[in-house]
Design a protein around this ligand. Structure first.
Ligand SMILES: [Zn+2]
Length: 132
């Protein structure tokens, strides 16, 4: 168990806002959507963002930490301003909101991967890219 002093000292020494550090600890330093670790390398470490499960533009900001999660910038952009409450107005807990947001982002990630796969195959077929 980590005490508040340890968290505060780490936040100060490593230049993290305590609220964002709390999100990272809560997710074990992983993006809640793709699962990649922010500790894997410098690209991911500095790709940390905080995502509002209910977009702040949809009044999600009023819930504070209960509405925030640790997300990599790529997943945060994929989720965009999608509001889980529009299709699921009965959701109330962070776990419920996170579940449907994760499903939404996962579907968009699969779509993106398919698009990259098609581009990769086309580029290779045309000799524009040499597969390693
Ligand atoms: Zn991610």
């Amino acid at each position: 168990m980590t005490d508040d002093d340890t968290i505060a000292r780490f936040a100060k020494e490593h230049n993290w806002h305590p609220d964002f550090l709390a999100l990272l600890v809560e997710s074990n330093w992983c993006c809640v959507y793709c699962g990649r670790s922010f500790m894997a390398d410098h690209h991911l470490y500095f790709a940390f963002t905080h995502d509002h499960l209910v977009p702040s533009s949809k009044d999600g900001s009023k819930d504070g930490q209960h509405n925030l999660v640790a997300a990599c910038d790529s997943c945060n952009k994929l989720k965009g301003k999608w509001n889980p409450l529009e299709a699921n107005p009965g959701l109330t807990t962070k776990a419920e909101l996170l579940k449907v947001c994760r499903e939404y982002v996962s579907a968009r990630l699969l779509d993106r991967e398919a698009r990259v796969g098609k581009a990769r195959a086309a580029a290779e077929a045309l000799g524009l890219w040499l597969a390693p």
